[in-house]
Design a protein around this ligand. Structure first.
Ligand SMILES: Nc1ncnc2c1ncn2[C@@H]1O[C@H](COP(=O)(O)OP(=O)(O)OP(=O)(O)O)[C@@H](O)[C@H]1O
Ligand SMILES: [Mg+2]
Length: 366
């Protein structure tokens, strides 16, 4: 998937910009506050309906404006009949987000994610190591969602069952036991299904992760493993039944697929406690790149990579190896940097480079 055309209006300091990105590496160069991250953010909204930066939309809409609009033409080389898909998103300060795909109102943001898979490498990516299991679960589920179409409905059904079970547990009535039996069974059934998809996915991700670490010249012994959210020896129904008394006392379901995690360790210690900042960046890049490579291998789809401030934290050798890997992936990449020359010597002659200069909310191709 590549973005052929991009129009952004009234989105942060980008009043009205229009660009035609190249299919390879797109470099966005500009001073602090110019609008580089805002452009990446606009692409991430187009890919998921959500920003990677703000949890609340009003902060994205340009000051003193009422709405933002985003438009992109996405090229899908896998489509036989309609390879160019127009997508548009607009959001008013006081109304729902409107998503249109090929002129039709979209049912959900999940449709965008399917059409335009995007991976973001920025300072928040460190959360994959520093953050709670929820961050790693979302990372893993992004991958499973894209490669296994049965995952999302099972995940939604498990969420519903979990919510109902927690509601009953919260009010703690013994008379609720019969209803609890029903939700235990529903949750257990979908939990086993989700666990199967996640375990299968991670087993395929591990070799890709190891490959990426080697490409990025990361030399410490690091391991990636999957924790399903409850004990390996126990089936989920048994777990829910056995923990009912404790769950009633706590008022919520303590174990289950909503507690799954990816464990990233160096010499059996949590990676975040051992690695330097630059090493952490290499590990999170390896995870995100491995996911893109696996997606490509399993579905033929290519991710678009958004890399905010690529040079930060990396020495010149590791910048070089990250640029090499991004080139090898042959996908569309948007990279920001404040220094025009920081990445100048890192690309091979064959790579299609498109350079944009970002200045006070205006973007010009060089
Ligand atoms: N809702 C908004 N309306 C208008 N301007 C905004 C809004 N939100 C943020 N800004 C401004 O937009 C500008 C661009 O921010 P952005 O984060 O894109 O800069 P950047 O080029 O990535 O800079 P840096 O190199 O420092 O990361 C900033 O000056 C910021 O204050
Ligand atoms: Mg920025």
């Amino acid at each position: 998937m590549t973005i052929r055309r991009l129009d952004v209006s009234r989105f942060r300091n980008l009043t009205g910009v229009s660009l035609e990105p190249g299919p390879g590496v797109n470099l966005l160069i500009g001073d602090n506050g110019a609008g580089k991250t805002s452009l990446l953010e606009a692409i991430s909204v187009l890919s998921s309906g959500r920003s990677f930066r703000a949890s609340r939309t009003p902060t994205i809409i340009q000051f003193e404006q009422n709405a933002y609009t985003l438009f992109a033409e996405v090229f899908n080389p896998l489509a036989q009949f309609q390879p160019i898909v127009p997508i548009g998103i607009s959001r008013n300060r006081d109304s729902e987000q409107q998503i249109r795909i090929s002129g039709q109102q979209a049912r959900s943001a999940a449709q965008l994610a399917e059409l335009l898979p995007v991976q973001v490498i920025n300072s928040d990516s460190f959360q994959l190591l520093e953050g709670s299991p929820k961050v790693r679960r979302q990372f893993m589920d992004w991958g499973v969602f894209h490669v296994e179409h049965r995952f999302f409905p099972a995940w939604q059904a498990a969420q519903k069952a979990l919510k109902q079970r927690n509601k009953l547990l919260k009010y703690g009535k013994i008379s609720a036991c019969q209803q609890l039996d029903i939700w235990d069974q529903a949750l257990a059934r979908y939990a086993e299904e989700i666990d199967y998809y996640r375990a299968d996915y991670v087993s395929q991700l591990i070799p890709e992760f190891e490959y990426m670490l080697a490409e990025l010249k990361f030399t410490l012994p690091i391991s990636l493993s999957y924790y399903r959210g409850w004990d390996r020896q126990t089936d989920c129904l048994r777990l829910l039944q056995d923990s009912r008394v404790k769950d009633l006392a706590q008022g919520f379901t303590q174990s289950g697929p909503h507690r799954a995690d990816l464990r990233i360790r160096v010499n059996k210690l949590m990676a975040v406690d051992v690695l330097s900042r630059g090493q952490q960046k290499l590990v999170v890049c390896a995870l995100l790149l491995a996911q893109g490579r696996l997606l490509q291998r399993l579905t033929g789809k290519q991710c678009v990579y958004l890399v905010d401030d690529l040079p930060a934290e990396l020495d010149s050798e590791h910048r070089q190896s990250l640029c090499r890997v991004l080139e090898q992936m042959q996908c569309q990449v948007f990279i920001t940097s404040v220094e025009p020359d920081a990445l100048a010597s890192n690309w091979s002659a064959e790579t299609e480079l498109t350079m944009f200069h970002v200045k006070h909310g205006d973007i010009q191709q060089q």
